[in-house]
Write a protein that binds this ligand. Structure first.
Ligand code: FAD
Length: 337
């Protein structure tokens, strides 16, 4: 494989019913830096049914070219037609780097593409840079978060990576930007696809699996919350603020909170507008998952807790008193309006 044949940085734009996943724009921001360093173009791949509007959005977030595959067969995400479409585009246009969001969809799609193309894929990256030999340095936590590894795809192309949602900032949107749309199609008939979608059940509407990585306000509890029952006071504050609850690893290990809401190096990465850390000491592994929040508020009764070093606002006190007091105050302010 001649490496020189491969150029440009591509970002897969994830969508559901034409609604883009925010991670796609985060990746365009990261991809722009990579493309600039490499001196190549930043392109997006948009695949779906009636999704042409996402081309303009991709330009607004930095892509200068979009490869568009728009057909009814792509209406619902299914591995087979999507991975075949992405492989078709990659084989034809040969990008050097392909980035995909490390969402449920991306974690399904990217390995299928990499396997078909016999290329390397690094899953769940939190950092991407280019070295002096034009290789993509892909950083991610490994061994349960014990170390950060930097992985290079040395001999095969494209270099593929999935990137955790919220690991990178969304670039500024500029709706005046224009670009080139490359319309592509391939012969893929419904009859050739083994999986049929019979019904779509939106788990968010069933009150399950809140996506904490997408929340603007996160109220997070650590070992200092002391019990599962006490997490209820955090939930009340989160409900009052229209946010979600999260936790430290210690709180999950103490069986106070479920696995899915653990933030940090070995958990999820969040970048909310407000992160309220309650009874969290601020260990480096926890900070790795939340330190890029816009505003950090820490509540802790130990004034020397390291969380205060990253907090914009600190409250020294017992969270079991402070949190309900804040919730009560917000309710009173609402009632006055
Ligand atoms: P503690 O460190 O025990 O802190 C509890 C805090 O609560 C203290 O500061 C205390 O002063 C305060 N407090 C207690 N009671 C009250 C009260 N009533 N009111 C106010 N404050 C109170 N951790 C993560 O969170 N995420 C990770 O992804 C993660 N990955 C890890 C990976 C590895 C390889 C390793 C070795 C560790 C990892 N950890 C991770 C664990 C991390 O090192 C810390 O042990 C953990 O973050 C501590 O959680 P905590 O702050 O809730 O608990």
């Amino acid at each position: 494989m001649a490496e020189e044949e491969y150029k440009d940085v591509w970002v897969f734009v994830e969508q559901t019913d034409g609604e883009p996943a925010a991670v796609s724009w985060e990746l365009l921001g990261a991809g722009a830096d990579l493309a600039k360093t490499l001196g190549v173009e930043l392109c997006a791949i948009v695949i779906g049914d009636k999704v042409e509007h996402l081309c303009q959005e991709s330009f607004a977030y930095g892509a200068s070219k979009v490869y568009l595959m728009d057909a009814p067969v792509f209406h619902y995400y299914r591995t087979e037609p999507y991975y075949k479409a992405v492989c078709y585009l990659i084989e034809k246009y040969k990008p050097e780097v392909v980035l995909v969001g490390a969402t449920s969809l991306g974690r399904d799609l990217a390995p299928a593409v990499a396997t078909e193309l016999k290329t390397g894929l690094t899953e769940g990256c939190t950092g991407l840079t280019i070295d002096e030999s034009r290789s993509l340095l892909q950083t991610r936590p490994v061994y349960g978060g014990n170390i950060m590894a930097t992985i290079v795809t040395e001999r095969v192309r494209p270099q593929m990576a999935t990137v955790r949602p919220r690991a990178m900032p969304i670039p500024e949107k500029d709706t005046s930007r224009q670009g080139e749309i490359v319309r592509e199609s391939m012969v893929i008939s419904e009859d050739d696809i083994g999986v049929k979608v019979l019904e779509v059940i939106d788990s968010r509407k069933q009150g399950e699996a809140v996506d904490i990585t997408a929340a603007d306000i996160v109220v997070s509890g650590g070992r200092g919350v002391q019990s599962k029952e006490n997490f209820r006071i955090l939930q009340e504050l989160a409900d009052e603020l229209g946010g979600v609850i999260a936790s430290s690893r210690a709180a999950v290990e103490a069986d106070m909170a479920p696995m899915e809401i653990w933030i940090g190096q070995s958990g999820k990465t969040v970048r909310p507008k407000i992160y309220i850390a309650c009874g969290i000491s601020g260990a480096i592994q926890h900070l790795a998952g939340m330190r890029d929040s816009d505003v950090i508020i820490a509540i802790n009764y130990d004034r020397h807790a390291p969380i205060f070093e990253v907090a914009n606002y600190g409250i020294e006190g017992d969270l079991l008193q402070v949190v309900p007091a804040i919730t009560k105050h917000i309710r009173e302010l609402r009632a006055q309006k």
